[in-house]
Design a protein around this ligand. Structure first.
Ligand SMILES: NC(=O)c1ccc[n+]([C@@H]2O[C@H](COP(=O)([O-])OP(=O)(O)OC[C@H]3O[C@@H](n4cnc5c(N)ncnc54)[C@H](O)[C@@H]3O)[C@@H](O)[C@H]2O)c1
Length: 338
């Protein structure tokens, strides 16, 4: 059984069995798959039924060098405007393949099969794609929506526990932004196994997808509401910048706990809610303490700010299920963590 949510009349987000959905959703024209070696090894039937390009994994490969290599391969294959790009993988593959599809020959149609929890609830949704440049994450990119995203929770069974936990951090983020019932649901499961049943995971993915889809529907270009999706990311990105020891989801988890604690200290969030956020993150097996000192985190926040004006837009949780964006100076932000 599948569920389908449509965003901006452009993307159909399917949560259901990949085998059946591929048959009915992927167009019958020429399709070129972009994926990484892990997905090719684990799901060869899916990848090798089409022409395919395998890229290296990891943030270091989310680069213009990889993009240029893919353009080159597409040209040698004779791919043209009628070719359909199918990105199969986690957020790194979908970010790169979306960018390639949006720019090659001024844009090809594309779709995703999203294979990580973080990808299914966040990275594959909303049309943002792009690559890192030098030290800056997602510095170059476009906002172009895929035709469809297929998310099959059965594919998450081959995901490492670490990646599953990292994805749960983004689910917790979505719950704090806009779904208090989802937060209760995760609280109930968190102390149990991470992936209890297909039904449980389907419920989690669907609810988190709905939160993001509703926000993107209302604000595609991040002029207002979409900024809420950055909850926990000011601190999270700074942690990612300061150490390679944690991945994106792990850094976001620490960022969520830090901003909740700071908001409670300032009287903006009930103390009890901040405690619940820290407990759920801990129960999911995620660390709540950054592995770098606050001074290093603030240095990274400041370094990032050098590129923009001096005003930070910080997402503050006011309750579980409700957040606001507050504009504040860097100094004000730093004071929240003292
Ligand atoms: N575009 C957006 O709106 C957006 C939003 C959030 C995050 N992102 C980006 O997403 C990226 C992180 O994505 P991610 O966490 O999915 O990481 P990832 O794409 O690196 O995937 C994590 C690892 O899991 C492997 N993998 C993927 N699916 C698997 C499966 N089903 N079974 C076994 N292994 C599997 C991959 O090969 C990889 O080694 C970051 O670059 C981040 O900036 C983008």
């Amino acid at each position: 059984m599948e569920s389908c949510i449509t965003i901006r009349e452009q993307t159909r987000l399917y949560v259901g069995p990949v085998k059946e959905l591929v048959e009915s959703v992927v167009p019958k024209c020429r399709v070129v798959v972009i994926t990484d070696a892990n997905i090719d090894r684990l799901y060869p039937d899916l990848v090798r039924r089409y022409e395919h390009i395998i890229i290296g994994g990891g943030e270091a490969n989310k680069s213009l060098v990889t993009v240029a290599t893919i353009y080159d391969r597409l040209m040698k294959m004779g791919a043209d405007r009628s070719t359909f790009i199918l990105g199969i993988g986690g957020g790194i593959v979908t970010d790169i393949s979306g960018f390639v599809a949006a720019t090659y020959m001024r844009g090809l149609d594309f779709g995703f099969i999203s294979t990580t929890l973080l990808g299914q609830v966040d990275a594959s949704i909303g049309g943002k794609n792009g690559v890192n440049v030098a030290d800056y994450k997602n510095m170059v990119g476009t906002i172009v929506h895929p035709r469809f995203v297929i998310s099959d929770v059965e594919m998450l069974r081959t995901l490492s526990e670490r990646e599953l936990r990292a994805g749960m951090a983004e689910v917790v983020k979505s719950a704090i932004i806009g779904d208090a019932e989802l937060f209760d649901y995760i609280e109930r499961w968190a102390a149990d196994t991470l992936y209890h049943s297909s039904e449980q995971m389907r419920n989690i993915v669907l609810r988190a997808v709905r939160v993001k889809a509703a926000i993107v529907e209302a604000d595609e270009r991040e002029r207002g509401l979409r900024r809420l999706l950055n909850l926990g990311h000011t601190i999270g990105h700074a942690i990612e910048k300061s150490t390679r020891a944690v991945n994106h989801g792990e850094a976001v988890a620490m960022g969520l706990v830090a901003i909740a604690k700071a908001a409670a200290k300032e009287g903006m969030l009930p103390e009890r809610d901040a405690e619940r956020i820290a407990s759920v993150v801990r129960a999911l097996g995620l660390s709540i303490e950054p592995p770098v000192p606050v001074t290093a985190i603030m240095r990274a926040v400041r370094y990032d700010k050098k590129r923009q004006d001096n005003i930070l837009r910080v997402v503050i949780p006011e309750a579980i299920g409700r957040c606001v964006v507050r504009e504040m100076s860097l100094e004000c932000f730093e004071n929240m963590f003292k």
